[in-house]
Design a protein. Structure first.
Length: 886
RNA sequence: GGGCACGUAGCUCAGUGGGAGAGCACUACAUUGACAUUGUAGGGGUCGGCAGUUCAAUCCUGCCCGUGCCCA
């Protein structure tokens, strides 16, 4: 006998262990089954499970389980990402607590420490994925710094270098002065800040006391100015172009040039040009061949190019001092409050400096072309499609991708430098040495580039590097391209776009044909979850409290396309209740000996309620299938929820309840049907709620010898013949349900005590109705709490309430209970509603244009609706009249 | 400043060119019946506003208002 409720905690762990020990999540490349491949977005090895992961992984798991049950050879490829900066920061923080640092340890020792940390703590996230019930092929778990993946990274680097698609360049990068590394554009967040615009006068050379006024938000970079620019058409400054201005304090002369970059409308119309510290100015500098004067060191402290007294000063301290000094020189004309957007490092949170350094770049513009085409040509489809706009907008304006990072943790760049700084790029040092020997004619000492690659460089290779590339493995052959990538919109640029670029280049094919972009999980108020706001909902806490199934189902039910999820605990509780409902229905089945029988054939049933519920089941399965095939996860969840609770529990089990105490063929058929239905529900619900369904299957089907060998997810996904759907049965049971609901509704409106059993008189009934009443008298009487049903054509007795189902009038004589006023009000209200409906329909039918233009079926439909409404109104009016007489 | 979403019941959200839906919340009634982690019933919405297209608009188009996000 099942316990009273499903105890999720211990059972979940127990089931997961059994699943995993059986190695049954494994892909089978040697099988002939069609492949279904999903690449798990590798979570950061430093990470722990957050709500976004929970959603992302749940959806992938549902698809994987579903396709696996449908007979596909499913590969869900798991793994983790080495997360360069994030991981290095974690370990550095630990070193800091011990009063040491990575520089104290040295590169090799530090990397040992990171690996040590990874071995000890890197497993958190994958353990948590297990709690979520995720079923990737764990034996194939990869890490972006595995030997195989690292080899793939080197090969890609070397090849792109040889093709000229990777190059070294000195240009402005986004420099993080806290982490002391370059970062890519994508790792920079623009944030709006209140700041100041300072207006500063620069004296003009040779013009006594004449100045040119510039406006800047960054006075501390003025020592790096190499020009002042005015717009070529700006009449105010035409006479000054070609002259020289003097940088105050530094007293260095710079030319006044004409360039369209300066906007006459903004500030004074003259701007200082600091090519080494501003992206726009860098372009101006290149156009005019200006010198690039860098005034900061790597910490964004003033360097030797700043005047004495400033060197070594922090950028903001220097700003303050410069402003004071300008004030004293009477050259600070104005300070204006402005809101400007400033670049921040997404990891360090400090203001990023545009900084002139040598870095490695990928020619993203070239690589983006085939990647854009793949989406344009619909080889890759985004779901929802609107994300394609986002993709194109970025890809079509893509900038060179800075891939070098001044870190230690990551893939070290496979480039070596000779004594004259010539670079040799090769798969390993031997390769580089060989190249060097060729060049120098002798062995020389080479020094490897100190930098590592952007983490996203290796994850961009994930769809093929994890399955063996560059080797021609069976896996690579079978699972590339994959089927769907499920991820959040926040990494479309970081990851999705780059996978497409790398896939197109190295595999000459798309990495996946569908990109499903899921919602962002917010808190119940719609706020983005963040540690600093303290509104983070921990999926593990919800799992603890309500069970994995409840959390999974909640996320699934809320995963509507194109809308963020506002997660509230009440919803999770509600879906936990859904599990309990199913659990209790299963207990009921167990108590009544309704278990699946071998050889049961759903097409053989003859009792109409059985035919009806089988029809409903078949339609539910179709709905789930259709929903999952089009990534409408919420529709799939709703379909199964509605079937289990709304059809199976609320109606079917109630219809059949009394028969189960009987013996005989009918009772037998119901028992078999009920048992079969339970087994079908367990199967259909399994991808969504794997634990409770597994537990039911094990306890009820397996242990008690009622079929079902192995785990539920190893079973076949059910397919129901179209012929199982019986519209007549649907109509008939629909009528029964309406009949019962109608009586219940009237009873409730009239405050008839639930315990009171009423007599029912049915008037004006057609033969079919009488036949149905005869067939379902017992069911209707019980569920509508009637003591008798009588078919009579006499006028309704005094003090009866009346209602209508189809052509028949239902009369409930309850003179002793009835509240006449209340009944009158109820009838009047209904009649009023009907009259207004009829009026609306009349308006339509009286409109010639409508009759001329609307399709016939629509016009006919309106006629039918009108006539039905009229019949109903007439009957209710008669009832009302009867009431007045009484 | 440019772009993309979204605005439907108290809340969270589905949905559709032709009769406004679900869950939760709320109200009433029901307590040892598989299930109170329940059942039955009920109330509640000019589908953000204004115009246009159409025989017909909550749905399509435009503008406006509001909210959120991305990019500059």
């Amino acid at each position: 006998m099942l316990e009273k409720t499903f105890q999720h905690g211990a059972l979940e762990e127990e089931h997961y262990k059994k699943w995993e020990n059986s190695a049954s999540f494994a892909a089978k490349p040697e099988s002939n089954n069609a492949p279904y491949a999903v690449m798990m977005p590798p979570p950061n090895v430093t990470g722990s499970l957050h709500m976004g992961h929970a959603l992302n992984m749940t959806l992938q798991d549902i698809l994987t389980r579903y396709k696996r049950m449908k007979g596909f050879d499913a590969l869900w490829q798991p793994g983790t990402d080495h997360a360069g900066i994030a991981t290095q920061m974690v370990v550095e923080r630990q070193l800091d607590e011990k009063g040491t640092s990575r520089r104290d340890l040295g590169r090799e020792e530090f990397l040992n420490k990171v690996w040590e940390w990874k071995e000890e703590s890197g497993g958190t996230i994958v353990r948590q994925l297990r709690r979520l019930g995720a079923t990737p092929d764990w034996d194939r778990e990869r890490f972006t710094m595995d030997d195989g993946l690292s080899a793939a990274v080197r090969k890609v680097f070397v090849q792109l270098y040889k093709e000229g698609l990777i190059y070294r360049d000195k240009r402005l990068v986004n420099w993080d002065p806290k982490l002391l590394t370059a970062i890519s554009d994508l790792e920079v967040e623009q944030r709006e800040n209140k700041g100041s615009m300072w207006h500063i006068d620069y004296p003009i050379e040779g013009e006594q006391a004449q100045t040119i006024r510039i406006a800047t938000t960054r006075p501390e970079t003025m020592f790096g100015d190499t020009a002042i620019a005015v717009h070529p058409d700006d009449e105010r400054y035409k006479h000054l172009v070609g002259k020289y201005a003097m940088i105050p304090i530094a007293n260095r002369l710079i030319p006044i040039i004409a360039d369209e970059h300066s906007d006459p409308e903004k500030g004074s119309g003259a701007v200082k040009i600091t090519p080494a510290h501003d992206f726009n100015d860098f372009e101006v500098g290149k156009r005019h061949d200006l010198p690039m004067v860098n005034v900061f060191d790597i910490h964004a402290h003033m360097n030797e190019n700043a005047p004495d007294g400033y060197q070594g000063m922090d950028r903001y301290a220097a700003r303050k001092k410069i402003l004071e000094e300008l004030e004293n020189l009477d050259l600070l004309a104005d300070e204006e409050s402005v809101v400007n957007s400033m670049p921040y490092g997404d990891r360090s949170g400090v203001v990023i400096e545009p900084y002139l350094t040598d870095q490695w770049y990928v020619d993203a513009q070239t690589m983006a072309k085939p990647a854009i085409a793949a989406v344009k040509e619909d080889k890759i489809k985004f779901v929802p499609k609107t994300w394609e706009n986002t993709y194109f907008a970025w890809m079509e304006n893509i900038q060179p991708w800075c891939i070098s990072r001044q870190l230690w943790w990551g893939h070290r760049i496979p480039a070596w430098y000779g004594p004259d700084n010539d670079v040799f790029v090769g798969a390993d040092e031997a390769d580089a040495l060989a190249q060097a020997r060729e060049k120098y004619g002798e062995d020389v000492e080479l020094r490897q580039d100190e930098d590592v690659l952007d983490t996203w460089f290796s994850s961009a290779l994930w769809p093929f590097s994890t399955i063996g590339w560059p080797d021609e493995t069976p896996e690579l052959k079978k699972y590339y391209p994959g089927d769907v990538l499920i991820t959040g919109f926040d990494i479309i640029f970081f990851w999705v776009a780059r996978m497409i670029m790398m896939g197109m280049h190295f595999m000459d094919d798309i990495p996946f044909d569908t990109v499903y972009i899921h919602a962002l999980v917010r808190d119940s108020k719609g706020q983005k979850m963040s540690k600093s706001k303290g509104n983070v909902i921990d999926p593990l806490e919800l799992i603890e409290k309500y069970g994995t199934d409840a959390l999974r189902f909640t996320l699934t039910a809320m995963a509507a396309q194109g809308r963020d999820i506002k997660l509230s605990e009440e919803r999770v509780e509600g879906y936990r209740n859904f599990g309990t409902k199913l659990w209790n229905a299963a207990r009921y089945c167990e108590m009544n000996n309704c278990m699946p029988q071998p050889g049961f054939d759903p097409s053989s049933v003859s009792y109409t309620p059985n035919k009806w519920i089988i029809t409903e089941l078949a339609r539910t399965e179709q709905a789930i299938e259709q929903a999952l095939d089009s990534y409408k996860f919420n529709d799939a969840a709703q379909a199964i929820y509605q079937f289990v609770w709304g059809s199976f529990c609320d109606w079917y089990l109630e219809f059949t309840k009394p028969v189960l105490s009987e013996e005989g063929d009918k009772a037998d058929e119901i028992r078999q049907t009920t048992g079969w239905l339970l087994s079908q529900i367990v199967t259909l619900l399994n991808p969504f709620m794997p634990y409770i369904t597994e537990e039911l299957s094990e306890k009820l089907f397996e242990e008690q010898g009622n079929g079902a060998e192995g785990f539920v997810f190893q079973q076949q996904w059910p397919e129901y013949a179209e012929s199982l759907q019986d519209q007549d049965a649907t109509d008939e049971m629909g009528w029964v349900m309406q009949f019962i609901s109608e009586i219940r509704s009237v009873r409730s409106d009239m405050n008839v005590p639930a315990g009171a059993k009423l007599s029912l008189i049915v008037k004006d009934s057609a033969a079919q109705t009488q036949e149905r009443l005869n067939l379902y008298e017992e069911i209707i009487s019980r569920m509508a709490r009637l003591q008798s049903i009588e078919i009579k054509e006499d006028a309704a007795p005094a003090g009866a309430i009346q209602t209508v189902v189809g052509e028949a009038t239902l009369i409930l004589p309850i003179a002793d209970i009835i509240d006449l006023d209340k009944e009158r009000a109820r009838l009047e209200k209904e009649i009023e509603k009907l009259s207004s409906d009829i009026k609306k329909i009349d308006q339509k039918l009286g409109n010639k244009k409508f009759l001329d233009n609307a399709p016939d079926e629509i016009v006919n439909e309106q006629h039918t609706r009108k006539s039905n409404a009229e019949k109903l109104r007439d009957k209710l009016s008669a009832a009302l009249k009867q009431l007045e007489v009484a």
